[in-house]
Design a binder for this molecule. Sequence first.
Ligand code: PGA
Length: 253
Amino acid sequence: MRKTLIAANWKMYKTPAESSAFLTSFFPLVRNNTSTEIVLCPPMTSLTSLVDAARDKSVFIGSQTMHWLNEGAYTGETSPTMLTAIGVTHVLIGHSERRQYFNETDTTVNLKLKSALAHRIVPIVCVGEHLNEREANLTADVLNLQVAVALEGIDPATLAPLVIAYEPVWAIGTGRTATPEIAEEAHKIIRAQIAQVAGSDLAASTRILYGGSVKPDNAAALCGLEDIDGALVGGASLDPTSFSQIICNASPK
Ligand code: PGA
């Protein structure tokens, strides 16, 4: 019932030429995939060319961030209407690097989520605890607050497209993956909180991805778990072979 979703977060890597070269190698490797929703989130400067190249190829193109307003005097920002105008279908919201370096908060995550839903862009809302919070036994509190504020004031009937990515900050780019047990426990906490805030039907249908040092050799163990519905992949998504292996290993058999 929950279709596996594997998303690539390229962060600030790849020029348009490098992004196109990735696709040329990548398409043949996932030609036979039908069971998994594949999303590539390149830098803004590669969005247009990738949307064009991915047309009719069952690969979706997402943005790594967006503003919540349609237009205005916000130097450097990109709006949801600009993204939909070029064919972008997904957006990452509140990635921990956006929270850490660009002052995004649970409140701006909430504004962006409302905006993405209104513009029919699939929102991938990122949550996750820092190492000191885990060590202080605060993981559940942190996740519950992040999910509650993200969903605040949103009619559950409009939340069907919602995707959550659980990304423990201590596992991002560190090579230190959460064990399947740790990840599954956190996913259960998040699902229970969605049920609390927006009802059990939505909780049952919401896809929750794991992110943080996902690699070809740990993707199957993580994505095979009951509450893990896919992955958000940073470093290992930059290479077409390793990203396609993750998709292959994580896809339902
Ligand atoms: P990583 O990044 O796979 O390189 O740990 C994941 C992410 O930041 O989304």
